[in-house]
Design a binder for this molecule. Structure first.
Ligand SMILES: Nc1nc2c(c(=O)[nH]1)N[C@H]1C(S)=C(S)[C@@H](COP(=O)(O)O)O[C@H]1N2
Ligand SMILES: [Mo]
Length: 327
């Protein structure tokens, strides 16, 4: 049972972060951890050995070095320090694998082999991409983006991937397509996070954008981070990154992209609509109903968690790229 023990420092150091999952009750939570432990134990037997020099499982163990990736000069740096790789790999939100930040071991149960991404709905060329298709059609670049969670912590992360507009051009939405719905991997046998009772939470995790938002150059599909393929806990093998919006808009481990006529239902907006809007642009002057969004904690060290508090920027500092979408 040692595998299910998540270092207590991750709980203690978090006591002044108000989590999105505050509504999840304690008993569900414990049950979740037990379920997660089974997944982690199974993994350590099947054993992926990349990057592990000792017997200790590392949070980046399942990743592969991507070699040299061109860095997009428009997003080559930001006005704050890069988050350490190990912290971004250990401090996560991925509720499919548990209701706290320490889910990286549980997330190793995510099966990423033979991954497929289905693109469907209002498009001229519906397609199902496998990872080789994605790699050959969409050249990978690196972008350093600020990353702001609605809970008021933030990071600076070097993503590898491709702009969503390239996929748009490949599938050609019809004139009827006004919104896009993104669906994350979900299998109740594997994703052992909160809500194990059928229908207790709106799984699978879904997110949505207006089609103009998806076409914006900033909107990105990440397939890597820190020069390596994504760790499972960060949303392998492909996740959304929309840096002018709160982090929950960036659905992980995408299996389906559907072009639709109406605004689609999304996970957090379905659960608590008055706290998690569909648009969810980073906005320091619009407080969350339970806390201020005027400033943020740039996390800089993991255990115990430490951070610098700085003012939050409108659109997370990306107004020059996206403000025109909301004029
Ligand atoms: N499928 C899925 N995607 C998700 C989440 C989740 O729980 N499930 N959490 C979101 C939230 S709240 C945040 S802040 C980011 C966290 O991404 P990171 O763990 O890579 O930093 O992922 C987002 N994408
Ligand atoms: Mo978040």
């Amino acid at each position: 049972m040692t595998l299910i023990r998540i270092p207590p420092s991750w709980y203690i150091s978090e006591n002044n972060i108000t989590p999105e999952s505050a509504f999840l009750n304690r008993r569900r939570f414990l049950k979740t951890l037990i379920g997660a432990g089974v997944g982690a134990a199974a993994l350590s037997i099947s054993g992926c050995r990349q990057d592990t020099s000792s017997s200790e499982l590392s949070p980046t163990a399942n990743t592969v070095n991507l070699g040299s990736i061109p860095r997009n000069p428009n997003f080559a740096e930001v006005d704050r320090a890069m988050t350490p790789r190990d912290l971004a790999a250990r401090y996560n939100n991925f509720y499919e694998f548990g209701g706290n930040k320490g889910i990286w071991k549980a997330a190793q149960a995510l099966p990423t082999e033979d991954w497929k991404v289905e693109v469907t709905g209002e498009v001229k060329n519906p397609r199902t991409y496998d990872l080789d298709d994605l790699k050959s059609r969409f050249p990978i670049e690196e972008r350093i983006y600020r990353f702001r969670c609605v809970e008021a912590w933030s990071m600076v992360v070097p993503w590898a991937g491709f702009p969503m507009r390239l996929l748009l051009a490949d599938v050609e939405p019809t004139a009827a397509a006004k919104f896009v719905s993104f669906t994350s991997f979900y299998d109740p046998q594997i994703t052992t996070g909160p809500g194990w009772r059928p229908n207790s939470l709106p799984w699978p995790y879904t997110e949505g954008l207006r089609i103009e938002e998806m076409a914006n150059d900033l909107a990105f599909f990440a397939t890597g981070i820190y020069g390596h393929t994504l760790p499972k806990q960060n949303g392998a093998p492909m996740r959304m990154v929309v840096p002018w919006k709160y982090g929950f808009k960036g659905a992980k481990s995408i299996v389906k992209i559907e072009f639709v006529k109406e605004q689609p239902a999304t996970y957090w907006n379905t659960l608590i609509p008055n706290e998690y809007g569909f648009e969810a642009n980073v906005n320091p002057s619009q407080p969350h109903p339970r806390w201020s969004q005027a400033s943020e904690k740039v996390v800089s060290k993991g255990s115990p968690l430490s951070w610098t508090r700085i003012p939050t920027l409108p659109y997370n500092g990306y107004g020059e790229f996206v403000a025109n979408l909301y004029a």
